[in-house]
Design a protein around this ligand. Structure first.
Ligand code: ZN
Length: 375
């Protein structure tokens, strides 16, 4: 090789190395910026439980205050318990958390702190599941007082942080009030402006007890009270199919195992029935083997309307921003798709049309402002 050729070869190597270096830096920054953007963007969340959102530090503080003996003494021990080998183990911990709540003030505190956490993650609107019956049973407080106090915490959070949410109370088989009375309570709560927008259902109920509860579903349907069941989680597609038929479900919490039935996937896509998906919950409860195998990308690509929630963030050691991180890292969601997911939360939300339109405009303006600032 003569000296001219050697020089041109070295020049080529240098240019190639610099291009690769630029690309890797650019990719690194792009990824960082995308995560940053996802954390800062306004979000709407439709699948989260109030009890599962109580911060571990607050659980410990309330247990000490109320002299409730818990199987953990500090946050590290609590986190160690959040590795589940069965759903029952998860439910046991969920009920232990509720058993720490003893006074009306405790309920105001957890609602207020929920709003504070929303604000930290730029969650401007949410629909929050609350197990009214279980809380009344374990605390001994009547439902009217509980509702009043969680709403007091909600109003305080709204004033201080500018976040807002509505309630979904879930009907379980062991309901304290009886299913018919429970529907009456929900209708009353909705009609008196207490923020109740829908009835939730446990998946076992919508899998095994459909015939027994059909008259209860019909009562809610005739009162135009939307039903949003947990389905398509442990029991497979059958609970989603039942939800659509028996409950006229307007939305499904989870629904991820619909992927096992392509006819159902097509129906969900055609009717744009929203699935409120919580990826970490599905992984940590063993509904899917790991993050890579989660069907969210396939459901999205099939044209389903998907929103993202965190289910029980404290019990899965996650939060909504971390769920968006998974969308970026594990399922390669683009910035446009992330914005769509967030807007889906408003589109599928049960808030008044005018309020919804105002929030959609607010989200879109904020997207434009953030894009300019970050990219
Ligand atoms: Zn849930």
């Amino acid at each position: 090789m003569n000296s001219a050729k050697l020089l041109s070869f070295l020049f080529y190597i240098l240019i190639t190395l610099s291009i690769f270096s630029c690309q890797s830096t650019q990719n690194k920054y792009s990824s960082e910026k995308l995560h940053n953007y996802a954390h800062l963007m306004p979000k709407a969340v439709l699948h989260v439980h109030l009890e599962g959102s109580i911060l571990p530090a607050t659980i410990i503080k309330l247990a000490q205050k109320n002299n409730v003996k818990m199987p953990f003494k500090n946050e590290a021990e609590f986190k160690a318990l959040c590795n589940y080998s069965s759903f029952e183990q998860f439910v046991t911990l969920f009920k232990q958390i509720i058993s720490c709540l003893k006074t009306p003030e405790d309920y105001e505190t957890i609602a207020y702190e929920y709003g504070r956490e929303c604000s930290k993650q730029n969650i401007l609107y949410s629909e929050v599941v609350f197990s009214l019956s279980t809380n009344c049973k374990l605390s001994g407080i009547d439902w009217q007082t509980l509702l009043q106090r969680i709403n007091k915490g909600r109003a305080r959070a709204q004033r201080e942080f500018g976040v807002t949410w509505n309630w979904i109370f879930d009907l379980t088989r062991t309901n304290l009030f009886g299913p018919e009375k429970f529907v009456d309570i929900l209708i009353q709560s909705r009609d008196t402006g207490q923020g109740l927008v829908a009835m939730g259902l446990s998946e076992t109920l919508v899998t095994y007890k459909v015939a027994e509860y059909q008259h209860v579903f019909d009562k809610a349907i005739s009162a135009k009270l939307p039903i949003i069941p947990h389905a398509g989680e442990f029991q497979g597609p059958v609970s989603v199919i039942n939800s659509l038929k028996a409950c006229q479900a307007s939305r499904i919490h989870h629904g991820v195992r619909s992927i096992e039935d392509q006819t159902l996937v097509q129906e969900l896509a055609k009717r744009q029935i929203p699935l409120d998906i919580c990826v970490s919950s599905n992984v940590k409860l063993g509904v899917v083997a790991n993050y890579k195998q989660h069907p969210i990308r396939r459901l999205w690509d099939a044209g389903l309307l998907i929103t993202i929630g965190a289910d029980d963030p404290s019990l899965f050691d996650s939060n909504v921003n971390q769920e968006y991180d998974h969308l970026i890292d594990d399922y390669k969601f683009t910035i446009d798709e992330l914005e769509r997911v967030s807007l889906n939360g408003l589109q599928a939300g049960l808030l008044p049309t005018q309020e919804k339109e105002l929030l959609i405009q607010k989200f879109k303006s904020e997207f434009i402002r953030l894009r300019k600032n970050i990219f």
